[in-house]
Design a protein around this ligand. Sequence first.
Ligand code: CA
Ligand code: CA
Length: 406
Amino acid sequence: MCRSWPLVSVLVLCSLLSVGTVRTAPCQTCRTLTDRFIKGLERTANKNFGGGNTAWEEEKLAKYARSETRLLEIVEAVCDKSDFDCNRLLEQIEDQVETWWFHRQQEAPDLFDWLCIEELRLCCPPGHYGPECAECPSGAGGVCGGLGRCEGEGTRLGDGDCVCDPGYSGVLCQDCADGYYREKSSNHTQPPCSACHHSCKKCTGPQDNRCLDCKPGWILHSSKCVDVDECGTELARCPSNTYCFNTDGSYECRGCDQACVGCMGSGPARCKKCARGFRLTGAKCLDIDECSERAIACPGLNEACINEEGSFRCECAEGFIRRDSICVENLPPTGPEKGLFDDMTDDEVLVLQQMFFGVVICALATLAAKGDMVFTAIFIGGVAAMAGYWISEKGDRVLDGFLKGR
Ligand SMILES: [Ca+2]
Ligand SMILES: [Ca+2]
C-alpha cells in the first residue's frame, strides 16, 4: 500500500500507520488476541502427544500441557488470516507470549492482565482510563453514576470524562439534561429522567403546559411554549428569490416559483415581479407563448418553434437535421465510396499483381544494364524477380488493399 508513494511521504505515512495501529484500538486487539488464546488453551486441554498406556499417557499429558508444541498449536489459531491488526500485534509480542507460557503462567494466570495491562500497557483494568490507568469518576451508582461511560475506560486512552446516557448530564451524570425532567418517586432511590414536550427546555412533566423554559424558536406563555413566527417579524432573513415559511420552532427559506423574480409565497400568484418569459395575466405570472405571439419566432429555414415554460426553442422541422446551424434535409446515408478496382474479381487482381511485378523487375534490370554490365543486369534482374515473387507472396494483403483502393 505504501510502496507506490513517493519515498518521503511513504516514510511519514508508514511511521504514522505503525504508531496509529499501536495507538488507535490496540487494547481491543490485545483483548481479542488473549481471549482467543484462552479459547485455544481450552481446546487443547485434553490433548497430549498421543499413544501409550494410561500411566505413560498421564506423564506425557503433563509434559504436553507446558510444551512448545501446545503453545504453537494455540498461537497458530489466535488470529484470523485476514485480521491485519491481530497478526501485526502477535508478531510484535511473540517473545512476551513465550515468556508468559514458560515462566509466568503460574504467578500471573490471567494472560490479559499480565500481557495487555502490565507488560504492553495497552489496556487498563475496568473503571480506569488513560496512560496511567487513573480511576474513572464514580458516583453512587458506579462509574459515572451508572448512567454513562467513562471516556477511554479500560484502555490507555481517553480523558476520563463521563459520556452520559441520553437524558442525563453533569460530571457524574447526576442531572437531567435539557429537555428532560426528574420523575417523582415514592421510594428513596433517585428516579430517572424523562423527556419533556419537544418545545420545552426545562419542565416539570411531559405535557406541553408543564414547561419552565423553552427551546430556541419558542416563547413561554403561561407554562406553554408557543412557536415564534419568525416570518412575521424581522427575525427571518431569507436570500433573494426565496420566501419565508414559518415552521414549529423554526422557519425555512423556500425557493420562489420559476415565474417570479422575488415572491411572498409559493406559486406564480405570489410573485413580486414576473420573470423573463412570463407575463402577469390576472393575478398570476404565466408563460408567454412566443411561438404564437411573435411574427417570426424561428427565422431559420425549415425550423419549427416549440414553446417552453419561460422560453421557447427552435428545432429543425421533421425530416430535417441541423448541420452547421442550418436545417438540411435528412437523406439516408450513402454507402462508402468505391475503390478503383472494387468491381474486379480476385483472379483479375492476381493477374494485375503479376503484371505489376513484371514491370518492376524489367525496369530494375534495364537500369542495371545501362552500366554496360550485362551479367550484373541479369543478376539484379533475377534478384528483383525473386524479391518481387517474395513480396507478392508475403505482401498479398497489403497489395490487395492497395489495388482495391483501401
Ligand atoms: Ca417558527
Ligand atoms: Ca414560453
